[in-house]
Design a protein around this ligand. Sequence first.
Ligand SMILES: [Zn+2]
Length: 86
Amino acid sequence: MFVTVLYNEKWINNLVDFTNVITLEVSDYCPICASERAVIKKKTVVVNGNLYVIDKWNNPCGHNPNNLEIFIEAQELKKLKNIFLS
Ligand SMILES: [Zn+2]
């Protein structure tokens, strides 16, 4: 599934500390227990005076990774896809 979440530019480039939104592909299933993830709801948030529309979901299994964990999961998925599709 594709999710739009807040992330910090410094996760990619250590020199910049700036919040933005990013759309990432992650598994439809929880990486911890393999249960199906919850349905996404759009949510508007304000960070440092800027308005962002993000996705929110509360997994029924109770495992709810933070944005950095989602970001890392998406990077791992991208790496796996590159291995199997190349
Ligand atoms: Zn879970």
